[in-house]
Each structure stands twice: as structure tokens, then as C-alpha cells.
Design a protein around this ligand. Structure first.
Ligand code: SF4
Length: 365
């Protein structure tokens, strides 16, 4: 993933306390809203009404949408700064942005080698399939969270029956369109008390739908002073998570033979919740040199678990923000995590960039 040259560049950047190149991993949130209301969802993807009902604090101002010119300019600047390994379009529901395919195409115009992926709930997939295929996107990841309508409605109690079927039909249409080649398909599910015992069923479903990657995502608790414990009722029991873990181990052996990759990203607690506190008590965070996130509000965030932006693209260029003192300050703070340092407004104990950090730390040490 990293050439010797880029490892050396990363080492030089670390010595200088400032990046010599641009971010290699870019997350884009084209909109801040979602058309699903999954019961485990963090604040930033719930609808405005729901956020108000629950008294949750929106992650970004609800309803934001990145203007085309702002994002296209930022993407161009990022490619001018250096090679980019991945650009991932996440959300909220990225298919709610009408220019999504234009953004993906721009990435591909700048670099065919840059991996692009769209992470969607799938409700609008049927309307988007053809445009996504034309855009050249490398992977479509559908966060369907269920292998059956019954489980889907437990995860999405406010959705009408039939939504699951619509998503499954859209996946079938995608498969017809990509039968001559096209993006990889990934299906993902968050591990909650509703889904924890369905690992085998979900893997079978994914295989039937011709996915090449199945992802079981650890539950995030998103606890802070405002919504402490808001998602705790979804935590699986230790016994159920132990059963899930042994099921996944046996699935992995079969899946490899069938060409299916089974992922469980992050480090999970005994009950399947994302828990990275122990890792960062020993290892620094290096994402300030490798990752950036562009929010729907135009904010540039240092990582997926940061709740405050470092600068805003409506006020400054991406390059100014990336090379500015505030970003360098974040980079310095992130290196101090093993000393017990806490970064304001960043949830390092539930770090969604753990995988990138652990790969970078392994490469450097
Ligand atoms: S959550 Fe903390 S450890 Fe994770 S990427 Fe962000 S700053 Fe680094």
C-alpha cells in the first residue's frame, strides 16, 4: 500500500511536524442527511426531525450539502499535493447528492489508480446504478444490515415493509449491469443484539448477491455527556458475541475458498463494541499525515471521529488548511495519545481510522 518512497516521505513529515505531501486517504461526506434511520446510527446520519426528537446533537449542521465547485476545487488541490490512494464517499447518504457521479469521475480523471468507493444504505441504488457504473467507481458498499426483511425492520423500525425488497432488487439490477465487469460489491452489517446471531445467514445472503466483501462492523456507542448510553440497549451479550466470533472464524475458512472476503474492522470489546482505547494507550495516531475528511458543511476534519473541523473550504483553500498551524497542532496532539493526552472533540476510544493507523504504525516500526 505504501511504496518505500512514500514511507520515507512520511518519516520526513513526522520529523518536520508537517506533511511533505497531501492526504492519501480522503473521506467525503457529500450530504449530512440520510434516508434511513438505522437504530444504531450516530447523530450525524439521523434526519433532522429524529435528531430533535432524541435531543441528539447533530454531528454536522443537518441538511448541509457540498456545492459542486467547492468539492471539485478541493479534490484538484488534493491531487496537486501528491498521490491519493483512496477517495471514499460516505455519509449520511451520498446518493442524496445529485453530483456524486461527477465527483467520482473527477477523481478518476485525476488518477485512474486512486480507489473510489460509495457507501450507501441502498434505498436509491436502483435509480443510481447506471450512473455509478459510468462514473468508474471501484466499489459499491451497501450497508443493508440484514439478510431478511424481518431483521431489516428491527434495524429500521420506521421504514415501511418493502424497503428491504427494493434494496435487494436494486442489488440484483446492479449485478446484471456489472455482469461484464464493473465495481466490486461489499455488503455490510453492524453487529448489534438484532444482528449478532445472523453472521452465517448474512454471509450466505452476501454470497447469493455476488458480493466479494462482507463486513461485520463493530457497534459504536457514541457516548458523550449529551447522550450517554443512548445506544447501549443494542449491545450484544458477551455470550452472543462469543458465538458470533466463532461463527466468523468458521465462515472465514469457507469464504476464502469461495472467493469471499470477510472483514471485522477495528478492535471489538467482549460485547462487539468498537473499543480502541487500549491501542492508543500504546500507539500514536498518525492520521494527520495521511487522512482527511471533507464534511458536507465544507469543514475539513482530521479524521472520522473528530467532531470539530480544522478549517472550512468556504473560507480557505484545502491547501491552506492542510498546511496551516491548526492542522499541525492536531498532528502534534495525535502523536501524544500514548502519554494519556486527550484531544478535544475527538473520540479516540472509538476510532474509526484504527485500521489505517495500525497499518501506518506497523510500517514505521
Ligand atoms: S479518533 Fe483519535 S486516534 Fe482515531 S484517527 Fe482520530 S485522532 Fe486519531
Amino acid at each position: 500500500m505504501y511504496s518505500q518512497e512514500s514511507i520515507e516521505s512520511l518519516k520526513k513529515s513526522l520529523r518536520a511536524g508537517a506533511p511533505k505531501s497531501g492526504p492519501r486517504y480522503v473521506y467525503v461526506f457529500p450530504v449530512s442527511v440520510c434516508n434511513l434511520e438505522c437504530n444504531f446510527c450516530p447523530q450525524f446520519a439521523v434526519t433532522e426531525d429524529d435528531a430533535q426528537d432524541k435531543g441528539l446533537e447533530p454531528f454536522y449542521e443537518v441538511g448541509n450539502k457540498l456545492p459542486d465547485d467547492v468539492l471539485l476545487r478541493a479534490l484538484d488541490e488534493i491531487f496537486d499535493l501528491g498521490p491519493v490512494k483512496e477517495v471514499l464517499f460516505v455519509g449520511g447518504e451520498p446518493l442524496l447528492h445529485k453530483s456524486l457521479d461527477r465527483f467520482i469521475a473527477r477523481v478518476k480523471e485525476r488518477s485512474k489508480e486512486t480507489f473510489t468507493a460509495v457507501f450507501t444504505g441502498g434505498v436509491l441504488l436502483g435509480r443510481w446504478n447506471e450512473r455509478l457504473l459510468k462514473s468508474g467507481v471501484d466499489m459499491i458498499s451497501v450497508s443493508i444490515n440484514a439478510a431478511t426483511e424481518e431483521t431489516f425492520l428491527k434495524v429500521n423500525p420506521k421504514k415501511k415493509p418493502g424497503t428491504f425488497g427494493e434494496i435487494v432488487r436494486a442489488i440484483g439490477e446492479l449485478n446484471e449491469l456489472r455482469s461484464g465487469g464493473g465495481p466490486a460489491l461489499r455488503l455490510s452489517t453492524v453487529i448489534t443484539k438484532d444482528t449478532v446471531l445472523e453472521a452465517r445467514e448474512f454471509a450466505r445472503f452476501a454470497k447469493e448477491k455476488r458480493a466479494s466483501i462482507v463486513s461485520f462492523m463493530p457497534l459504536m456507542r457514541y457516548s458523550n455527556e449529551k447522550n450517554e448510553g443512548a445506544f447501549d440497549h443494542l449491545i450484544p451479550s458477551e455470550a452472543d458475541f462469543a458465538e458470533f466470533s466463532s461463527e466468523v472464524a468458521s465462515l472465514r475458512a469457507d469464504a476464502e475458498r469461495a472467493g469471499l472476503c470477510i472483514e471485522v474492522p477495528g478492535t471489538a470489546s467482549k460485547t462487539g463494541c468498537l473499543d480502541t482505547a487500549a491501542y492508543y494507550s500504546k500507539s500514536p495516531c498518525l492520521v494527520g499525515y495521511a487522512v482527511t475528511l471533507i464534511g458536507a458543511d465544507g469543514g475539513v476534519y482530521p479524521c472520522c471521529s473528530a467532531r470539530k473541523s480544522i478549517g472550512n473550504l468556504h473560507e480557505k483553500s484545502f491547501t491552506e488548511i492542510w498546511r496551516g498551524p491548526a492542522y499541525n497542532g492536531f498532528r502534534d496532539e495525535a502523536l501524544l495519545l500514548p502519554t494519556g493526552h486527550k484531544i478535544d472533540d475527538v473520540w479516540c476510544h472509538e476510532c474509526q481510522d484504527y485500521e489505517i493507523n495500525s497499518r501506518l504504525n506497523d510500517l514505521l516500526h
